[in-house]
Design a protein around this ligand. Sequence first.
Ligand code: SF4
Length: 243
Amino acid sequence: MAIWNPWHGCRKISPGCLNCYVYRRDAEFGKDSSIVSKTAAFDLPLRRNRQKEYKLKPDNEPVYTCMTSDFFIEEADVWRPDIWNMIKMRPDLDFVIITKRIHRFLDCIPNDWGEGYDNVTIICTCEDQARADSRLPIFLSLPIQHRQVIHEPMLEPVDIRNYLKTGQIEQVTCGGESGENARICDFAWVLDSWRQCVEANVSFHFKQTGANFRKGNRIYRIDRKDQMVQASKAGIEYIASRK
Ligand code: SF4
């Protein structure tokens, strides 16, 4: 996988943003995360090496796009058309965009978007039930070829059965919160999401436990380096069978 951050900085918009890792990391360097600015990697997908080959190759994909901001943030409206052009120029790469601003989607797509570019996956973040119920009806009404949902940081059990039933969601991912002040992620909530996905035949991925992970009556403090490993050890990945 590759990461492409064409701009950096964001504004907090929902409960999941409370301990945002961008803010946490920037604070270590005294940087103001609320200032959104273009980065030196803005044109990364078009960069070439000395042999004139693209630096980002298909074996680097998927390309996670805008991981230190929100792709649909207002401040980036002026830069986004260039990003869509680059995505169009690289049909050999799959681009993945995770957002908490799905309500801005229709204001941000290019004129030739149609039913969506096939090399773009949009992932809608639903960290709690209220965000799921406000964002998913919008998300499911939009012209998007590849749609996923992520509960991260997962703050409570989230019932999305009615949305999964539509058959429009390709995968659900769960993850806890990292950092010193991380809120607890409960394995029971993750298991409940896994069950919903198995019932609806939707792929499921448990990405990471977060720093404070409850299992049964115990709360475990888990080091950053172990959070993905521990999630993987839970053995609850699910790959949907063909429909
Ligand atoms: S939307 Fe994402 S990047 Fe922006 S403040 Fe919230 S958690 Fe951070």
